[in-house]
Ligand binder design. Structure first.
Ligand SMILES: [Zn+2]
Length: 409
């Protein structure tokens, strides 16, 4: 009798009758999982003479890596920039709810706030793996306060800062700690930003350019100092101009250091970015596309009026207005909606659409050895999707953490 006891006693699950995304293609292959990791079945058969303990029929579904959202301000009534002593329960709620939208890891994002708010919130953000309790937390995305007043968007102007004499030390004092910080969005035209970018990069923190009036050469200089990301491309930056394309020009710049790739976030909800702009970016630099929701607290709430922090907003489909006006007040699209819109708007392949929400954000954060792919030995964070990319079930570390019920809820 073959035995799988020689290496590990942990049960082995075999997901059959599926097409899985591996090596950039959907392949008719089974997915094997043991101890929360994706298993190489050849090693299992030949070295361990092992076999599956359980088989799960995927009924022809697509299996894809779980989505990673690197810019999400909240959802389901929770605002990550609102300092409360019960901040953790808000993160937990959002982490649980986004499982149904295929998100298995995320970076809670804080908009420009006073230092006291950072000091209260950041110690309450625990970087942790996902599970039945919710999606994994990869660390905070600090969007501001070192941004341009001219491109502040919805950020409060009185909290926007520049780097003073002590540059990096000022940033440290502002945030209080960098322990859980994963991404910092800043405007590279701010004086002394180069040394701040170098210091952050040295500590493994991803620097993103955004809410900025930088020209192309300032943006290129920031990349040469270590910046690797662009925050919501086209939004809150100078519009493309052929004599100086600004930050947008990074997509086709020839001054990117060899071996480096610049990624760019896009809100692919059909509202914040016109489909033609989405196509321009994708065709110019397909391997840099990172889908983000940039969702606000209204994501996941029913249509109608809601009070979010100081604002009353009106949710109408994917549009969210400041109540009584036609002023858009942030995105409420979920990640799975963004993936489907991206697929439809660009006519790209299913593989490409899925990778923009999984492989690319993992590469951006340098975690593609364990997340964002279905490669052997990766974390078994994956989704079952139907052909139109509606999520049917979500798995984290090989455990089912969400499943669409028979009523389609
Ligand atoms: Zn923003």
């Amino acid at each position: 009798m073959p035995s799988n006891k020689s290496v590990s006693d942990a049960p082995i699950a075999q997901f059959t009758n599926c097409r899985l995304l591996r090596g950039r293609r959907l392949q008719r292959e089974d997915l094997w999982v043991r101890e929360g990791k994706i298993l190489n079945p050849e090693k299992l058969f030949f070295d361990e003479k092992g076999s599956a303990d359980v088989q799960l029929d995927c009924k022809g579904c697509i299996l894809a890596p779980g989505f990673i959202d690197v810019q999400i301000n909240g959802g389901f009534g929770v605002d990550f920039s609102l300092a409360t002593d019960d901040f953790r329960s808000g993160i937990d709620l959002v982490g649980r709810k986004i499982l149904s939208h295929g998100v298995t890891s995320f970076c809670p994002t804080l908009v420009t706030s006073p230092p006291s708010v950072y000091h209260q919130i950041l110690p309450q953000i625990d970087v942790r793996n996902g599970g039945a309790h919710g999606a994994g937390v990869l660390g905070a995305h600090m969007e501001g306060p070192f941004i341009s007043k001219e491109k502040k968007g919805a950020h409060p102007e009185h909290c926007i800062r520049t780097f003073e004499e002590n540059a990096f030390q000022d940033l440290l004092a502002t945030y209080g700690s960098l322990d859980c910080v994963r991404i910092v969005t800043l405007a590279p035209e701010i004086k002394r930003s180069s040394e701040v970018i170098r210091e952050l990069t040295k500590r493994g923190i991803c620097v993103s350019l955004g809410h900025s009036v930088a020209n192309l050469s300032q943006a290129e200089e920031a990349v040469q100092h270590g910046a690797t990301f662009i925050t919501h491309l086209f939004n809150a930056m100078l519009p493309f101009h052929h004599r100086d394309p600004g930050i947008v020009g990074l997509l086709t710049s020839d001054k990117i250091p060899a071996g480096r790739r610049v990624f760019y976030g896009m809100i692919s909800d059909g509202i914040h970015t016109n489909p033609a702009a989405l196509r321009i970016a994708h065709r110019a630099h397909p391997k840099g596309m990172v889908l983000v929701t940039d969702a606000i607290a209204g994501m996941g709430l029913a249509p109608g009026r809601h009070t979010l922090g100081q604002q009353v907003v009106e949710i109408d489909g994917l549009n969210t207005y400041i109540a009584g006006t036609k002023t858009l007040s942030g995105s409420v699209a979920t990640m799975d909606t963004c993936v489907r819109h991206f697929l439809e708007a660009t006519g790209c392949s299913v593989e490409t659409a899925l990778e923009a929400a999984s492989l690319h954000p993992a590469q951006l954060l340098g975690i593609e050895d364990r997340k964002g792919t279905l490669n052997y030995d990766s974390d078994a964070d994956f989704l079952m999707l139907d052909d139109s990319l509606h999520v049917q079930a979500t798995y984290i570390a090989g455990e089912e953490v969400w499943r669409r019920d028979a009523l389609g809820m």
